[in-house]
Design a protein around this ligand. Structure first.
Ligand SMILES: Cc1cc2nc3c(=O)[nH]c(=O)nc-3n(C[C@H](O)[C@H](O)[C@H](O)COP(=O)(O)OP(=O)(O)OC[C@H]3O[C@@H](n4cnc5c(N)ncnc54)[C@H](O)[C@@H]3O)c2cc1C
Length: 540
């Protein structure tokens, strides 16, 4: 293939791999997929528990950090992002959660035709290969494998039972008719191995002659002819290359890098671009604005029985046993992602739908990605599902190799602080129920001295962290600061779309990978429909 294509997709992440697959399926379109990271060969990408090892692995992770956060005492928060085939779907916690039907109906209500739950459900179903079979909400045979956890665990059973005692009913499907309830998560795995979009979508598409994939290539700029995107410039092995697109350039570089790339290319807030000596092509204040993310507080518990991952992983014999169990049966702790069980709950019964999510995790540690405690322990985290705080992504330099300034401005909205405190109170209520009593020796953090609402809030400020769900930095909408329209076209431009987490008008109420896959699916249909509607296509 030469340097000219119908479509160029920038970023082989959750959404980008979907696009690469769907746009090449007919064999008619020539597509170039450019990825800054390398191939997904590392063993720990494929063993689900390996996700804990990828937090700090610079070979597969952009390893961003937020700017000092105003409500968190100036703390910087880690912001891992996948830099590898599959993007963040290759380093994420594997939980399969779509969000609430009401999230998408809200997107539609904001003026985004085609994005109500009824509109997007066919794309969730088309993507899915649901282990439990097909029904009106779930699909089978799709590229994204969705599987149950390999076996129940007594602590998870106790947690689910305790939730029921506290008024949160048991559910066997967080993606069912209602999200509310407590139960086991489903995971994006197949045969106990991670099922990233690189595995599910990209690997089969790479056999097609009309898809070119360039890895370890940093896209540095979008090329324009007036207001039409005509290609991109990228760096690989120290050289600068140009690739041209006769159809479209599609940015799927994620919530941090898609706005960064637009800004570097002259599309963004004029004052910011001028500050860095970048020629302004379009003054768009919304590019990089409106960043949202889920923020969590984690409660650690000392357990009375040696049944946690701390115990298994704390000894060589335990590690060997876990390894063998995984190798022979595809069962046990190595098959677990970011959580085993969890719950979606309402902090106020007057609410229509859950406003907090609990992740119940069978290990304890001082912080995300740190060493497990040397005693039996587990943790539960609470996050607010619909934060009102909005932050930003802004270039710090005209050098594409330098990461952008990222500031989610966690808990800067009063409503977010209130919900966080109410969620922590609700989590404690669950943990005090009879079903969990025999397992809990003590709450290690925040611990009994942290009791009042003010103390809990202070704990969240000092110890809270991200759930890794940044979105909305190239927000879809019809208002003046919206970056893309409801067909994901960058407003005021031709041949340029964004399709990834950054287009979400508001973050979904849950983990974000499934929604990004859905966005990739829907975007591919819109791109192909729009291409076939052009006068040239009709004449042909
Ligand atoms: C540690 C972690 C745990 C998570 N856990 C879960 C979970 O359990 N469940 C869940 O649903 N969600 C989870 N998420 C969130 C979810 O994975 C992301 O929301 C989703 O993968 C984002 O998809 P995306 O397509 O927007 O971007 P990404 O998947 O991040 O893809 C962007 C791609 O673009 C590439 N790129 C960026 N800039 C350039 C450039 N200039 N040139 C070329 N390539 C570029 C990147 O390297 C990357 O491959 C987690 C995320 C992380 C980081």
């Amino acid at each position: 293939m030469d340097g000219s294509f119908d479509y160029i997709v920038v970023g082989a992440g959750s959404a980008g791999c979907v696009l690469a697959n769907r746009l090449t399926a007919s064999g008619k379109q020539r597509v170039l997929l450019i990825e800054a990271g390398g191939e997904d060969r590392n063993l720990w990408i494929h063993v689900p528990i390996g996700y804990a090892k990828l937090f700090s692995d610079a070979r597969h992770n952009w390893l961003y950090n937020s700017e000092p956060e105003p409500e968190l005492g100036g703390r910087s928060i880690i912001q891992p992002r996948g830099k590898v085939m599959g993007g963040s779907s290759s380093i994420n916690g594997l939980l399969y959660i779509r969000g609430q039907a009401e999230d998408f109906d809200h997107w539609r209500q904001l003026g985004n035709a085609g994005w109500s739950f009824t509109d997007v459900l066919p794309y969730f179903r088309r993507a899915e290969d649901q282990e439990r079979g097909e029904d009106e909400l779930h699909g089978v045979g799709g590229p994204l494998a969705v599987r149950d956890v390999s076996e129940p665990h007594p602590l998870c059973e106790a947690f689910i039972e305790a939730c029921a005692e506290a008024g949160i009913p048991r559910t066997d499907d967080f993606n069912g008719p209602t999200q509310e309830g407590a139960g086991y998560f489903q995971l994006t795995t197949r045969n106990g191995r991670r099922w990233s979009t690189a595995r599910g979508y990209l690997a089969p598409a790479r056999r097609r002659g009309n898809l070119a994939v360039v890895s370890n290539a940093l896209t540095t700029r979008i090329l324009f002819d007036g207001r039409r995107a005509v290609g991109v410039e990228y760096r690989k092995d120290g050289a600068t290359h140009v690739a041209r697109a006769s159809g479209e350039v599609i940015l799927s570089s994620g919530a941090f890098n898609s706005p960064q790339l637009l800004q570097l290319s002259g599309v963004g807030p004029a004052d910011l671009l001028q500050q860095h000596g970048i020629k302004v092509i379009a003054d768009m204040k919304g590019v990089g604005a409106d960043l949202q993310d889920h923020y969590q507080a984690r409660f650690n518990y000392r357990c009375s029985e040696r049944i946690t991952m701390n115990d298994m992983m704390g000894s060589m014999a335990g590690r060997v046993a876990a390894g063998l169990r995984y190798a022979l049966l595809r069962k046990g702790f190595l098959t677990i992602g970011a959580g085993y069980a969890g719950a979606f709950a309402r902090t106020d019964p007057k609410m229509a739908t859950p406003d907090v999510q609990f992740h119940f995790i069978l290990f304890s540690a001082d912080a995300v990605g740190q060493k497990l405690h040397p005693w039996p322990g587990f943790l539960a985290s609470i996050c607010q599902l619909r934060p009102e705080s909005r932050g930003f992504v802004r270039i710090k330099s005209a050098d594409p190799a330098q990461g952008p300034a990222i500031q989610p401005r966690y808990m800067t909205a009063q409503a977010d602080r209130d919900t966080m405190v109410a969620g922590m109170q609700l989590l404690r209520k669950v943990m005090r129920q009879g079903a969990l009593k025999r397992y809990i020796v003590e709450e290690l953090t925040p611990g009994p001295k942290v009791d009042s609402d003010a103390e809990l809030l202070e704990f969240a400020r000092q110890k809270g962290t991200t759930v890794f769900h940044p979105t909305s930095t190239c927000r879809m909408g019809s208002d003046v600061t919206a970056v893309v329209d409801e067909r994901l076209r960058v407003r005021g431009f031709e041949g340029l779309r964004v399709a990834d987490a950054s287009i979400m008008p508001t973050v979904v109420s849950g983990n974000t990978n499934a929604a990004c896959v859905m966005i990739g699916e829907k975007a591919s249909d819109m791109i192909l429909q729009d291409a076939s509607a052009t006068p040239a296509a009709k004449a042909a």
